[in-house]
Structure formats: structure tokens, C-alpha cells
Design a protein around this ligand. Structure first.
Ligand code: EPZ
Length: 455
């Protein structure tokens, strides 16, 4: 079992180029089968979820190959329209194949999607929309089968769901009709999906607003597309630099994509400068050279352009060392404080009351052995390890690697001390040191050098 070993207390310094957006890449990968063609996709992040999605595309008969930084998907000949259960359950974005398979073949069978365990995450808005647009729906406990053509017309989403908006955009490409989706999510990644669909010759308009207009399926075949930058990855690195008292520049990131995050960081006393597609960030200083984060007060997550729920766990970590009392209200998902226990183990002071996390800033976090439970909660524990004194071990890192490409490499590039270790190697090394020293280290106590009682 692999884990990250982090030596905290090192200020991150330097420059980091933000990678392609996970939440733009996933719907776009699904969309490559809306029409048969050869699609060249640049800046697709090499993350767990994207690799699983390409395996699903291969199972459906598409050709997948990486040529340097270009991912080529050849979807000219599909051999099926049922998504394998064991792959479906690994990620949430497999649900997008409902829409793209309906656009291409008029039939799709998908199992209930998996993904981060951050709440119930039903797909009722997806299903209601497909039914309203004229598709026949057969569903049972474990899977959903849809068939037919989009008859067009209007559908009002009961909630601006990101995934449902994207799924229905793709399903509406089937048939010759014209469809208007209302009360859509307005996240930037939806504009990126529209951009990709247009590069395939489809008529899609209005993404980024609450009303999206989709014309029936037409369009040329091949396409070339560059995926937008990952605003959530950018926010994660900004908080890591500020939280460790460093200084750095992020490139390949338009500041307007994460305005609300930047506003909150400024409220916390973090000096920031925006230049074109770069953001400069520095440690908040108390005038005596010490890092002095201030509480941002009360903060609520909200659909774009509100504070993104995908940055809430990372901000919660930052708030554990911010002077004063911070209240974070999670309005999007019903259990997204999964890393609270581990942060408390590290010395944080957090109370959960319903949808609210109330955090009293503390001066020090201590390195501990912790476990990731989902993607952003895991990333938030890495931030905590970087901000803590001593050694932190983060286990179950597969959650983090689903959504961050080469996270340890990016942190190391900024001077952070983080290594991916393997339990077996560590154990063998401990045993050999133990044999020499005549001490049994295999209980893991050797990991934390700074505070022996930390494990
Ligand atoms: C997308 O998930 C993102 N994932 C999530 O990012 C992100 O947190 C979320 O949007 C909100 O911004 C991808 O884009 C792959 P939703 P999605 O549908 O589409 C409820 C990350 O860390 N809902 O907007 O699943 C749902 O339960 C991930 O990168 C229904 O009730 O989010 C939730 O409470 C995590 N019925 C709320 O809406 C439905 O049919 C928002 O969900 C659909 C959603």
C-alpha cells in the first residue's frame, strides 16, 4: 500500500504551471463518442479518473492512445452501448456516458455511478431530464437503461446540477430537434464542454449561463481541442503556498475562474497579485516575519460563481491555523467534512454542527498518520501535513491520485518535502534497521521522528 510521507514546516517557493482541469476533461472524454471521429485532446490531466474513463471508452470500442501530451480518441467504430459495472462504480463521471451514448446510438445502459463518498449523490435530475426530453427509461436498483431520440423542447433542472447539465447537453444532440435547458449550472467546465462539442461541429449555445440551447445532431467528425486549466488545482496550490508561509507564482490560470477563492484568501490576509494568466501569492505576514493567517469569518459553498465546494476541504485546513473563529457552511454535499477527525488528531480545533464546520485557529499542527477518504479531503490532509510540525503520513492516496496529476512532484517542485512510499519497502527497511538496532520499528513508530508519541 502506497502512502505520502511529508515533512512539514517548509515554506513552498517558486513557480507552478496549472494542469488541465479534471472536471472539464471527464465530460469531454465522454463526449468523444457523441459522434464518430478522431479527436485530438491536449492538456488532458493524467489522473486516475481520466484513465478509468479511457478504459471505459476502449470497452465500448473506441481507440485510445497518448502521443506525448496529446490524447487521441478514435471513436469511429463503437462495439457496444453498455458500460461495464466494475468500471462504472469507480467514478461519478461515468454517468456522462448516458448522454453521449444516447447521442451516438440512441441506447445506453449504465450502472449507478461511484465517485467520492461526500453525500448521497443521486442522479434523479439526469433521469427526469432524459424522460422529459422523450427518452424511454428503464431503471432498477443497480442500473439504468435509456433509449430513443431527443424530441426537443424545454427542460427546467430542479437544481443547477453540473453533471446533469452536461449529461443533458449531450443527450440533446440526438435526433433533429432543438432543446432548451433551463436553470443550468454555469461552471466554467460546462463552457469547455460546449467548446469541445462545437469543435465537433455541433450547435450548442449559452453554456456558462443558466440557459443552454442545443441543436440536433449534425457536425463534422474529427476534432482538436485544448482542455481548460484546473481552477481547483490552482486553488489547492495557492492555499499550500500561503499556508506554509511561502511565496510563489501560478501560471496558466485565469484569475477570473476562481474570483471567490481569491476574495476569501485576501480576507485571510494573504497578499495576492493577478497578471493575465498568472497569480502571485505570498505568505500573510504579521510584521514580525511570522505567518499570520486571519479567519475569513463566515463562508458558504455555492454553485459557480460562489465559493466552490471542491475548495472547501482545503480551506478548512487553512482555517485551522487562521487567527480567530471561522465558520464554513457546506451547502452542496451533505457529508464533505470527511477529514475533520484527522485534522483534530493533528491538533486542530473543529466542531461540526449540521452543515457547519466551526474552526478555532490554533498555532501549531502536529505531524500524524492520517488517511484520505475522498479526493479533496485527501488533498486537504496533504496541505495540513505541509503546514504541520514533524512528519505526516497520508494513507489511501489513491483517492488523491484520482484528481491530482503528480501531486508530490508539483509540491516537491516548490520545495515541499513529500515522498510517495510503499508500505512493504518501509517495513523491510524498518525491519532491517530494527534488526541492526535490536528494536521493533514495524509498528510504524519510526515514521514520526519529531514527536515520538505522535502515532
Ligand atoms: C460535479 O459533480 C463535479 N464532478 C464535483 O467535483 C463538484 O463537486 C460538483 O460538480 C459540484 O460543483 C465532476 O464534474 C466530475 P452536482 P456532480 O450534480 O455533477 C445533487 C471533485 O472533487 N444532485 O452539481 O456530481 C447532488 O447530490 C468533484 O472534483 C441531485 O440531487 O455534482 C449534490 O448535492 C466532487 N440529483 C448537488 O446536487 C442529481 O441528479 C450538486 O451535485 C444530481 C445532483
Amino acid at each position: 500500500m502506497e502512502y505520502y510521507q511529508i515533512e512539514g514546516g517548509v515554506p513552498l517557493q517558486g513557480e507552478y504551471r496549472v494542469k488541465g482541469a479534471k472536471n472539464a476533461a471527464l465530460p469531454i472524454l465522454a463526449a468523444t463518442i457523441c459522434k464518430g471521429g478522431v479527436h485530438e485532446i491536449y492538456d488532458c490531466p493524467r489522473i486516475g479518473d481520466a484513465l478509468i474513463l479511457t478504459r471505459i471508452l476502449e470497452q465500448l470500442g473506441a481507440g485510445v492512445s497518448w502521443e506525448k501530451d496529446c490524447l487521441i480518441i478514435d471513436s469511429r467504430s463503437l462495439t457496444g452501448n453498455a458500460v461495464p459495472k466494475e468500471l462504472m462504480e469507480k467514478l461519478r463521471s461515468s454517468v456522462f456516458l448516458l448522454g453521449s451514448l444516447l447521442a451516438r446510438t440512441g441506447e445506453a445502459t449504465v450502472y449507478r455511478p461511484g465517485g467520492c463518498k461526500i453525500g448521497k449523490r443521486p442522479i434523479d435530475i439526469h433521469i427526469n431530464g432524459l424522460r422529459e426530453l422523450g427518452f424511454e427509461i428503464l431503471e432498477d436498483e443497480e442500473k439504468v437503461t435509456c433509449r430513443g431520440k431527443c424530441r426537443g423542447g424545454r427542460f427546467h433542472l430542479s437544481y443547477p446540477s453540473v453533471g446533469a447539465t452536461e449529461n443533458l447537453m449531450m443527450a440533446a444532440l440526438s435526433g433533429e430537434s432543438q432543446t432548451i435547458l433551463e436553470n443550468c449550472a454555469t461552471e466554467p467546465e460546462i463552457i469547455d464542454l460546449q467548446g469541445f462539442l462545437r469543435s465537433c461541429g455541433f450547435g450548442v449555445y449559452g453554456a456558462g449561463t443558466s440557459r443552454i440551447f442545443i441543436e440536433g445532431s449534425r457536425g463534422k467528425n474529427d476534432s482538436m481541442y485544448f482542455i481548460m486549466e484546473d481552477r481547483i488545482e490552482a486553488a489547492t496550490y495557492l492555499m499550500a503556498i500561503a499556508g506554509t508561509g511561502g511565496e510563489g507564482i501560478l501560471t496558466n490560470i485565469r484569475p477570473e475562474l476562481l474570483e471567490e477563492v481569491l476574495t476569501v484568501l485576501v480576507r485571510m490576509g494573504v497578499p495576492l497579485r493577478k497578471y493575465g494568466d498568472r497569480i502571485w501569492v505570498k505568505k500573510p505576514d504579521d510584521g514580525l516575519g511570522r505567518t499570520a493567517l486571519k479567519s475569513p469569518g463566515i463562508l458558504m459553498t455555492a454553485p459557480y460563481p460562489g465559493f466552490p465546494t471542491d475548495c472547501q476541504p482545503q480551506l478548512l485546513t487553512l482555517a485551522t491555523k487562521a487567527k480567530g473563529l471561522t465558520t464554513i457552511r457546506e451547502e452542496i454535499f451533505d457529508s464533505r467534512f470527511t477529514h475533520k477527525k484527522d485534522l483534530m488528531k493533528m491538533g486542530a480545533n473543529i466542531e461540526i454542527c449540521g452543515k457547519n464546520a466551526i474552526i478555532k485557529g490554533t498555532d501549531v499542527l502536529y505531524g500524524r498518520s492520517v488517511s484520505a477518504r475522498d479526493l479533496r479531503g485527501g488533498a486537504a490532509l496533504v496541505l495540513a501535513g505541509l503546514m504541520a510540525e514533524g512528519i505526516t503520513r497520508v494513507e489511501d492516496i489513491y483517492h488523491i491520485e484520482r484528481g491530482y496529476e503528480d501531486f508530490p512532484q508539483g509540491i516537491s517542485q516548490l520545495g515541499g518535502l513529500i515522498e510517495t512510499k510503499n508500505e512493504r519497502e518501509t517495513k523491510e527497511k524498518s525491519e532491517s534497521i530494527g534488526e541492526i538496532a535490536g528494536i521493533d520499528f514495524t509498528d510504524g513508530s519510526h515514521i514520526c521522528r519529531a514527536v515520538p508519541s505522535c502515532i
